[in-house]
Design a protein around this ligand. Structure first.
Ligand SMILES: [Zn+2]
Length: 180
């Protein structure tokens, strides 16, 4: 005859030793609870913990899952970056710059699409206002493109003229021929 064990509901139902053996046999607590339930002995996880602790049995925490959540540092091996897939000659600064400009232009165009979509929603009454992040990201993308291409100088001819004049040069009317 089985002893009453710790006197909990599990023990009273006669499953005390079985449960202990299951836990020793690496059966997950969830499965143990399911087993008990199938035997008409529905108990809570809390009660199972209480029962195991009465027998000084360690309640198996999901250590594997906990370990998986541990953040690992991202390796920062800048020298290991493989540029082969970009088909660029890093010894040629012009090609490198061109690639940088193309990448930045693509970032800007993509961000423009996002911004335009957000604007469309406002215009058509689907949204109350432009999301601040969208506008901020657009401004950042434009700023990056400008830094990368000197766009503002090109776009703002007045500014370009000022820049050239500040260099001590004079602008002649033939400058229009330079445009495209
Ligand atoms: Zn018990």
């Amino acid at each position: 005859m089985e002893s009453l064990g710790c006197g909990c509901k599990i023990c009273k139902a006669g499953f005390g030793d079985t449960v202990n053996e299951m836990i020793f046999g690496q059966i997950e607590p969830v499965a143990v609870l399911r087993f008990l339930d199938s035997k008409g002995c529905k108990v809570s996880d809390k009660l199972l913990r209480k029962h195991l602790s009465a027998f000084s049995i360690h309640y198996p925490e999901k250590e594997k899952e906990l370990n998986r959540l541990v953040l690992k540092p991202v390796p920062n091996n800048v020298t290991d970056i493989n540029f082969d897939e970009y088909k660029i000659d890093l010894s040629n600064p012009e090609i490198t710059l061109e690639l940088l400009q193309k990448i930045t232009l693509k970032v800007f165009v993509n961000q423009s699409r996002i911004t335009l979509e957000a604007q469309r929603k406002v215009i058509e009454g689907e949204a109350l206002d432009m999301p601040k992040e969208t506008m901020r990201n657009y401004a950042t993308a434009l700023d990056m493109l400008d830094k990368c291409t000197g766009l503002s100088v090109t776009v703002n001819q007045q500014k370009a003229i000022q820049t050239v004049e500040a260099m001590g040069l004079t602008i002649q009317n033939t400058i229009q021929n330079v445009q495209n």
